[in-house]
Design a protein around this ligand. Structure first.
Ligand code: SAM
Length: 203
């Protein structure tokens, strides 16, 4: 057999082993180095999912938790929402597209404003149950969390908690949790592998 073919097979085995190991240790979220992440990455496009979801919602006050470089905040303000973002990464806020992005940690942000929406694009998936309580406190009654979570452990995105491992806590915290979309990817030849879940939770 061609040696490069053989190495490919070997690499696959190693990936499977690493993914399994990570899955077994996924219970407690471990932070990624977000400063490094934002130093080496510039985000140019807001999320299509966000545009699609909010185009069907009435305008209101939005807070994006883990807003990163602020593209979604800018998008939503352009769509007529009063949108703000918080992120605990200095580098992200420094690069942020909108002045309405603030350097704040979700765990210490003061919850005096009751938001109509909280937007979360893969921030809560890295955090614990207390972060969900925080989000709940930031919403008005009837307010909505629009969120995207990872499902499967992937080496390239760090260690997170799967949506399904957090689902019962989300159901306990919110009045209603509704899965809106499943995002697929190919993993080891399996095309029907769910990678992320997009959901809405109503307070
Ligand atoms: C996967 S990135 C998503 C960035 C952005 N929402 C986007 O879609 O491009 C997750 C973000 O959550 C932020 N983050 C992580 N822990 C946080 C915390 N405790 N409080 C606020 N932001 C946090 C990180 O700095 C990072 O920018």
């Amino acid at each position: 057999m061609d040696i490069s073919e053989e190495l490919k097979g070997y690499k696959k085995q190693e990936d499977i082993l690493n993914e399994t190991l990570l899955r077994l240790t996924t219970k407690a979220p471990v932070a990624i180095d977000w400063e490094e992440y934002h130093r080496t990455r510039t985000v140019w496009v807001p999320s299509e999912d966000v545009a699609r979801y909010f185009s069907k919602q009435p305008p209101g006050l939005v807070l994006e938790v883990g807003c990163g470089q602020g593209l979604n905040v800018e998008l939503l303000n352009g769509m007529g929402f009063d949108a703000y973002g918080i992120d605990s990464s200095y580098t992200a806020i420094n690069k942020a597209a909108s002045e309405k992005c603030l350097l704040e940690d979700l765990y210490s942000v003061k919850g005096s404003y009751k938001h109509d929406y909280v937007l979360d694009m893969e921030c809560l998936t890295y955090l614990d149950e207390k972060a969900i309580d925080r989000v709940n406190r930031l919403l008005c009654v009837g307010g909505k969390l629009f969120s995207r979570w990872f499902v499967e452990t992937s080496l390239s995105v760090g260690v997170f908690t799967s949506f399904y491992d957090r689902l019962s806590y989300l159901k306990k915290t919110f009045r209603k949790v509704r899965i809106l979309e499943k995002l697929y990817r190919e993993l080891n030849g399996d095309r029907d592998h769910v990678r992320e879940i997009i959901f809405e939770a109503i307070k």
